[in-house]
Design a protein around this ligand. Structure first.
Ligand code: M6R
Length: 369
């Protein structure tokens, strides 16, 4: 059932445009308004919310970190993101006006399940974002928004992650719609771009051959660092997690602004450092700062692998390897920027002779705490 692909992971990476399109299907109407009646939380309840708390593990946690930027920027509702395994042990402050969002591909992750049970005991409403129909997490939640990635077999999460991002954007935009926050040109433009994002993912997939070739040349390295700012920071964390679990390499993701506070000491001659560059259009200050970060690490000998928007010329002089992604609004960029990192990790793992679909020591769903 791998349909000719060398691994389920490669097949699932290739299925991402469809997974994203299926998750959007029927949820945005032609006029640009969202229909999420399936949520089963009434608009009146959604208008009452004064805080959003996201709980998840692993890759789903990274989707939550990205969702925070979108939720706070678009809806102006404070949002916290917490590792599900840490959540209930610190006695979190929750109430009837908190909305807890539990993100899980499998719907069976015990840490996430225990976090949501704790939230419900405190009287909060729980919304599950889940890929598995009828699994435990959605069954125990007040509401559910299903991702339509289809079955994900490879242990490493790929298409589920992209659809989790899409589901989070939909929830954030729906909150804007029912609460009337910023409901105007900016949000309408985002909805339009979101409805076309699967085509952008398709375009990225068509240009991955140089990424594969590059990954093969790095099979002998010990360490790869990943840097990003803003939503590029969780993307960097996700790129590092993929490389750890698949290639069994030392990989770390950092907020690029933190470099000078310690991690820059790690940089050695010819060490690969992947940098996720934000769009130069919307947040030019952010963009310029990361260009200086790239210069700093390159001056210390790093081999820079730069992921940047088409047309971003400022990065060219400092990129030893340049990976282009299509221009998207800043908050949607993770949907396209993550894809090269998945391909990179998958190819590097294969080049090191690892079992891509079943990495050592890992299970697809973790049903113990
Ligand atoms: O099924 P879930 O989304 O709840 O799983 C959460 C994590 O265990 C999962 O994302 C894990 O980190 C993946 N192996 C990442 O590729």
């Amino acid at each position: 059932e791998k349909d000719g692909y060398a691994s389920f992971m490669l097949k699932e990476i290739a299925e991402q445009p469809k997974a994203v399109a299926d998750t959007l299907l029927g949820r945005i109407d032609p006029s640009g308004s969202l229909t999420l009646d399936e949520l089963r939380i009434t608009p009146a309840d959604l208008r009452q919310i004064d805080k959003v708390v996201i709980v998840a593990c692993g890759t789903a946690f990274h989707a939550g970190l990205i969702a925070k930027y979108a939720i706070e920027h678009w809806t102006r509702i404070p949002c916290e993101v917490e590792l599900a395994s840490e959540f209930r042990y610190r006695d979190p402050i929750l109430g009837g006006r908190s909305l807890v969002i539990a993100i899980s591909q499998s719907g069976e992750t015990m840490d996430t399940l225990m976090a949501l049970r704790h939230a419900r005991e405190q009287g909060s409403k729980v919304l599950a974002i889940c890929n598995t129909n009828g699994s435990t997490i959605p069954r125990e939640s007040d509401a559910v928004l299903y991702t339509h990635a289809g079955p994900e077999v490879a242990v490493a999460s790929t298409k589920a992650f992209l659809t989790q991002l899409v589901a989070c954007y939909l929830v954030a935009l729906y909150l804007c719609q029912v609460r009337g926050t910023k409901w105007g040109d900016e949000i309408q433009a985002v909805i339009k771009d979101l409805s076309k994002i699967s085509e952008e993912v398709e375009r990225v997939l068509e240009t991955m051959e140089p990424v594969r070739a590059l990954a093969r040349t790095l099979a002998g390295k010990d360490t790869v660092l990943f840097l990003g700012r803003h939503v590029g920071y969780p993307v960097a964390l996700e790129g590092a997690l993929k490389l750890k679990e698949l290639a069994y390499m030392h990989a770390e993701g950092f907020a690029a602004g933190e470099l000078k506070h310690g991690p820059i000491a790690l940089v050695e001659e010819d060490m690969p450092v992947v940098v996720v560059v934000p769009s130069p259009r919307n947040r030019s200050l952010l963009h310029d700062k990361i260009v200086s970060n790239i210069q700093e690490i390159r001056a210390r000998g790093a081999r820079t692998i730069v992921i940047a928007e088409e047309g971003d010329e400022a990065v060219v002089p400092y990129a030893d390897h340049l990976i282009r992604i299509p221009a998207t609004p800043t908050l949607l960029q993770p949907v396209v920027a993550t894809v090269p990192l998945q391909v990179f990790a998958c190819e590097l793992a294969a080049a090191r002779g690892n079992e891509v679909d079943q990495p050592r020591n890992l299970a697809k769903s973790v049903t113990v705490e």
